[in-house]
Design a protein around this ligand. Structure first.
Ligand code: AMP
Ligand code: MG
Length: 432
């Protein structure tokens, strides 16, 4: 690999951009109570403590016989049968074990007082008179799940900031919780800019005017936002007039936590969103040292009547730049706004660049020309455990994103020779 070219002056590192972006964002305050069945994908707003021990009682992990191990050891060694004094199915509670006897017991049933082990039925032989011969001496404690061995009463089982999924919801239910306190979803308004844009469904492919293109960014941005837990208002294409842009942004700011736009952030580009955001609040335009996705705008819009600020981010218009910039910058911002922590958030597991830990995998391609910017290449894992490169890495080629299953994070100034280990980020890890 060749080494580090100096970064172009004026470009900001991804880490700096992210720390500025997150420095201007606090978790949103809203909470609501939701049925545990409805809380998939939501973020827990408070720590959940267990009100009980789990399991709640010592119980058998096998179908077999509950015994007092010391008492039956001699009988087992001598091949002597023992009487069965009671039968305990799951959900029933048996009396104290009678001395000199065994209790028939089933998986999940409470172990009776006086018993300290369970002999599984495969290690026992039922005699014609119904008594039981143990084929081995039981080891004290065997096949008993102890009270509280999974969870102790009062223990924090799920931390505030955890994104709830099937396992967390099942766990909450095992503690008897039918409802959970969750954060309200961030409300995000999505705008597209660009006179060339046409909405799919409005104009058929054969009727497209010269120079027109379909608005693809709207479709993936709305879905990316929803997958990250947002409630999305798709506000279409901003009318290309100053007054209309001001009115649309101000109205969106009143009822949303974040406004996301795509297009119109290139240097010197004439559009109405940038000056409008500036007028209604403030914004910065950054040139970030990443490829694809250099231009990025960040800012805020004041709400009327001192009710705080609405965050603003402006993504580049090129579809791949828009997609990648979203994953690198908007995703960590949304995790922060939702207060996601506990192994899932940017704060706990990710580096200063907001990315989860990468996998080091061998490149099955050459990348002979280094760039001065940090590059994010569209690649796919192959059956041999290596990475294949999509042949066209241009920032307008959305087929590369559809084809890939992850991104190679290539430091600025670096080339790749076939066989080099590179840092791979599975796309799936960045979509939630
Ligand atoms: P811009 O960032 O506005 O200079 O746009 C860069 C490129 O992305 C141009 O080729 C635009 O036509 C294209 N583009 C902008 N917005 C969209 C969009 N919503 N969907 C698809 N392509 C877009
Ligand atoms: Mg444009």
């Amino acid at each position: 690999m060749s080494q580090e070219a100096p970064r172009r002056p004026g470009l900001m590192s991804l880490e700096d951009a992210l720390s500025r972006l997150l420095g201007a964002a606090e978790p949103l305050p809203g909470q609501e109570e939701l049925s545990t069945l409805e809380a998939d994908g939501r973020v827990l707003a408070q720590d959940i403590r267990s009100a009980l021990d789990v399991p709640g009682f010592d119980n058998s992990s096998m179908d077999g016989y509950a015994v007092n191990s010391a008492e039956v050891a001699a009988a087992a060694a001598a091949g002597q049968a023992l009487p069965v004094s009671q039968r305990i199915p799951a959900g029933h509670f048996g009396p104290v074990l009678q001395p000199g006897s065994v209790a028939r017991i089933f998986t999940g049933a409470p172990v009776p007082e006086g018993a300290d082990a369970v002999q599984m039925q495969e290690e026992a032989e039922v005699q014609p008179d119904g008594s039981v011969r143990l084929l081995q001496a039981p080891i004290p404690g065997q096949f008993i799940r102890r009270r509280g061995e999974d969870i102790r009463q009062g223990e924090v089982v799920l931390k505030a900031g955890t994104r709830l999924g099937p396992a967390e919801l099942g766990l909450a239910a095992s503690l008897g919780l039918a409802a959970l306190p969750v954060r309200t979803r961030p409300r995000v308004a999505l705008f597209s800019t660009g006179d060339e844009l046409v909405m799919p469904g409005e104009v058929a492919p054969q009727d497209m005017a010269p120079g027109a293109i379909y608005n693809s960014n709207r479709y993936f941005l709305a879905v990316l936002l929803r997958r990250l837990g947002c409630e999305v208002s798709d506000l279409g294409i901003v009318p290309d007039r100053r007054d209309a842009t001001l009115a649309a942004l101000q109205q969106a700011a009143a009822s949303h936590d974040l406004i996301v736009t795509s297009g119109g952030v290139s240097v010197g580009e004439e559009d109405h969103v940038k000056p409008a955001v500036q007028q209604l609040g403030g914004r910065d335009l950054w040139q970030i040292a990443i490829k694809p996705g250099k231009p990025f705008a960040q800012g805020w819009i004041a709400r009327e009547g001192d009710t705080g600020r609405c965050h603003f981010v402006g993504l580049p218009g090129n579809p791949v730049s828009s997609f990648v910039t979203f994953l690198l910058l908007v995703r960590p911002l949304l995790l922060r706004l939702q207060g996601i922590t506990g192994g899932q958030g940017v704060e706990s597991r990710s580096g200063a660049d907001g990315l989860p830990p990468a996998l080091a995998l061998p490149a099955h391609f050459d990348w002979p020309r280094a760039d001065r910017r940090r590059e994010f290449l569209r690649v796919r894992r192959n059956a041999a455990g290596g990475l294949d490169l999509f042949p066209n890495q241009s920032s307008g080629v959305l087929t590369s994103v559809a084809w890939c299953d992850g991104l190679v994070d290539l430091p600025a100034g670096q080339t790749v020779a076939r066989g080099d280990r590179v840092n791979f980020h599975p796309l799936a890890a960045l979509l939630g």
